[in-house]
Design a protein around this ligand. Structure first.
Ligand code: ADP
Ligand code: ZN
Length: 723
């Protein structure tokens, strides 16, 4: 209907389309850029965001009408610019970025009364297993909406509706959503030490300047970085801004949230993947309306509909969890800096082991450097000693050396906590047949199945495939011939249980991370209910265990053997973080590292506590190889269901490469894990100078390329995984 009562609007939809789509909009809707609208697409109705409005001009296109506008504050212009920026940088359709911004669509419907359901106590006439599951969930949970209940119980909506119809579930009206309490800048502030006070002053000044400045808050574990960046947050609060405190997902514990709450005397909003839908809606809308002032969130919190974001703090900025690997592969720390740049507000990166990228930005004068040297109440990081495993005889099924064993015994005897660290989930990473040499592999992936004895399963860590542990060799049929090779954390726990029968042992790994199990376990460790903690990298991250005085690393060489350019940096960070878990309370701590490479420069600098020495060498290696942050990388991953077709397509792509100055295309080569989830994988690695526009190169290269059938091209700008 093209008349002068209509405007034309460009609406971005959360789909992998080239750009926004044009629609007609009745002028009475009063649409402005940023408005959330319902728009028709084929037979569907979708939520989109108005990207542009303009007067109606004659067009040959048959435009459809916008269906309606949601009653919601429009998405801020800055946020829309951010979406466009992320899209261009990661060579990803803007609609895919928008999809990350629309993670709580029901929030657009406002706080209208909502009906939820509770178990009424009445039994339904027919009790199918699915109905039983739904009722069990309803009995244990607070009132849930029909959709939530179906999702949690893993049943269809019709099952829930059936139960409602028969009166087994009865409706209740949900109370209005909780308000967001106003945080108090002064709150409950600790008396800072002189050094902390200087750092806090620098950060407050940074906030007061209200410019696009980035500061690295660099201080050993326990030096009080959190207390210090709280001061910057307080300053931003006083200035009226919203604040985002980004944490690696796993560190988003109740312990940490409570700490923020105590400091600011108000419960912060939390944002992570495990939020219940209703809470997600509350936070999304609260942020969009500017009512939620402090959000403590995992990386995706960047894409909340911010209104007046004025400070981002990235805690543990070196953390790998900030890189999203599936969906849109983006790096939340880097995008936080981008957001600050676009919005002209400060960003604080905090870490005890900053990334090389960030340190080089400090060297280049782009980031300020705020340091804390004193470990609060402790003079220094714990002493790190190396145990030379080449000189150590281990018994069968033993991974703990005599030296480490003795240290654990002493620690337990003294009534303190010890940590044994091994970065490998499950019981054993590899199972072989002694009779025929067969190794048990995943049917979908070119990778060994990992035995998880606790669950009595063989598991693929790439695709999630599971099967029972076989009784005999699947290849030659021999019985009692299968041997578990190498240690996983469960096997280490077995060894510890037999060595220290009186110890109160807890195993902490991401296998626990579902639900509240992990949170409870962490709380119990803090309370001292366990005295021997066996953990994967999960325990290295930011947790504060005051009674822990010994950190023992069972195998420090694991990561070093990979082909990853950041392997050295990661090993350093991990070792320093693990060691940093020890001695955070009253008593001093120490760390012991078992290694077959005790002469490796990295191990030596760990032992000497020589961070600068390690960094200098690591920078030299990267610079000579033109690796980040001295050069740029883009990975292109080609995958498909057929081996031959995938290879041919990759080779065809290689022939399309046009030479460009400052850019080298390596590959294609079969990926180190050449088969994942039944898909064959080939990789290209693009190496480019720091100043080259590598995105333009990739766009030109892949322009017009349309992978057919099962073939797919994934682009990973600034890759962190090389598998
Ligand atoms: P980081 O973030 O550098 O690891 P934290 O801020 O978590 O360090 O501080 C470590 C511990 O020391 C915390 O329990 C914190 O409450 C305490 N702490 C830090 N600074 C002070 C201070 N000035 N006064 C009292 N306790 C402090
Ligand atoms: Zn698999």
């Amino acid at each position: 209907m093209a008349d002068d009562s209509h405007d034309m609007v460009e609406v971005l939809l959360p789909l992998a389309l080239e750009g926004p789509l044009s629609y007609l909009a009745s002028r009475s809707l009063g649409l402005v850029p940023g408005d959330y609208v319902a728009a028709p697409l084929g037979p569907r109705e979708m939520i989109g965001v108005v990207w542009e409005t303009r007067p109606l001009t004659p067009t040959n296109m048959k435009l459809r009408d916008i269906i309606g506008k949601f009653d919601m504050v429009p998405m801020a212009a800055l946020h829309r610019r951010f979406v466009d920026w992320v899209s261009t940088y990661y060579l990803e359709p803007a609609g895919n970025i928008l999809r990350m911004c629309l993670r709580a669509p029901a929030a657009l419907e406002g706080e209208r009364q909502q009906i939820a359901y509770v178990a009424s106590g009445a039994e339904p006439q027919r009790l199918t297993p699915q109905r039983r599951r739904a009722l069990d969930v309803a009995k244990d949970a607070p009132a849930l909406r029909a959709g939530e209940l179906a999702e949690l119980a893993g049943v269809g909506l019709s099952v829930v509706k059936g139960l409602i119809g028969e009166g087994a579930l009865k409706p209740v009206t949900l109370p209005a959503m909780r308000a967001f309490p106003e945080p108090q800048p002064l709150g409950l502030k600790l008396k800072l030490t002189a050094e902390q006070e200087i750092a806090a002053r620098d950060l407050r000044a940074l906030v007061a300047e209200r410019g696009a400045h980035v500061a690295l808050l660099d201080g050993v574990t326990g030096s009080g970085k959190t207390e210090v960046y709280f001061e910057a947050m307080a300053a931003a609060l006083a200035g009226g801004s919203q604040i985002l405190l980004l944490v690696p997902e796993i560190a988003l514990t109740q312990q940490f949230l409570t700490r923020v709450e105590e400091r600011f005397q108000a419960e912060p909003a939390a944002w992570h993947s495990e939020l219940r839908p209703r809470e997600r809606e509350r936070v999304w809308r609260g942020v969009g309306e500017g009512r939620a002032r402090i959000v403590v969130g995992a990386r995706s919190a960047l894409f909340l509909p911010w209104r007046k974001l004025g400070l981002i703090v990235v805690d543990e900025e070196h953390e790998g969890a900030y890189k999203q690997e599936d969906g849109v592969p983006y790096h939340a720390r880097d995008m936080a800096v981008v957001y600050g740049n676009l919005g002209k507000f400060p960003v604080i990166l905090s870490s005890a082991t900053p990334s090389l990228e960030t340190l080089v930005n400090v060297d280049r004068g782009r980031y300020r450097h705020v340091t804390l040297k004193d470990r609060h109440g402790r003079p220094e990081l714990p002493r790190i000693d190396l145990i030379d495993m080449r000189q150590t005889k281990l018994g069968a099924d033993a991974w703990i050396s005599p030296a480490l064993d003795e240290a654990v015994r002493d620690t337990l005897a003294a009534g303190e906590q010890a940590l044994l660290f091994l970065n490998r989930r499950g019981f054993a990473p590899l199972t072989l047949c002694r009779a025929c040499g067969f190794r048990i592999e995943c049917p979908n992936c070119a990778a060994a199945l990992v035995e998880h004895r606790f669950r009595r399963q063989m598991q693929c860590h790439h695709c999630g495939f599971t099967q029972p542990v076989p009784q005999s060799c699947p290849s030659c049929g021999a019985t009692e011939s299968l041997v578990s090779c190498g240690p996983g954390i469960e096997r280490l726990a077995d060894e510890a249980a037999s060595r220290y029968p009186d110890a109160r042992i807890v195993v902490l790994s991401s296998d626990l991370s579902r639900g509240t199990l992990l949170r409870d376990a962490l709380r119990d460790v803090t309370r001292g209910e366990y005295n021997l903690i066996i953990g994967t990298q999960l325990v290295a991250k930011g947790h504060h265990f005051p009674q822990l005085t010994l950190a023992g690393v069972v195998d420090a060489d694991l990561a070093l053997e990979s082909g990853d350019p950041r392997a050295g940096e990661r090993t350093w960070q991990l070792m320093a973080q693990v060691a940093g878990r020890a001695g955070r309370g009253e008593k001093p701590g120490r760390a012991l590292i078992q290694t077959y490479l005790p002469d490796h420069p990295l191990m030596q600098s760990l032992h000497r506590g020589d961070r600068d020495g390690f960094l200098a060498q690591e920078k030299r290696i990267r610079q000579e190889a033109g690796l980040p942050p001295y050069g740029r990388l883009v990975a292109i991953i080609v995958s498909g269901n057929e081996a031959g077709e995938t290879e041919q397509f990759s080779r065809w792509l290689a022939r399309r490469v046009v030479e460009a100055r400052g850019i080298r295309v390596l590959g294609p080569a079969p990926a180190p894990i050449a088969l994942v989830r039944g898909r064959y994988r080939w990789r290209f690695l693009i190496k480019a100078g720091r100043e080259t526009n590598v995105q333009a190169f990739v766009r030109a290269w892949l322009n017009g390329v349309k992978p057919r059938g099962s073939l797919k091209i994934d682009i990973d700008v600034d890759p962190y995984s090389f598998l």
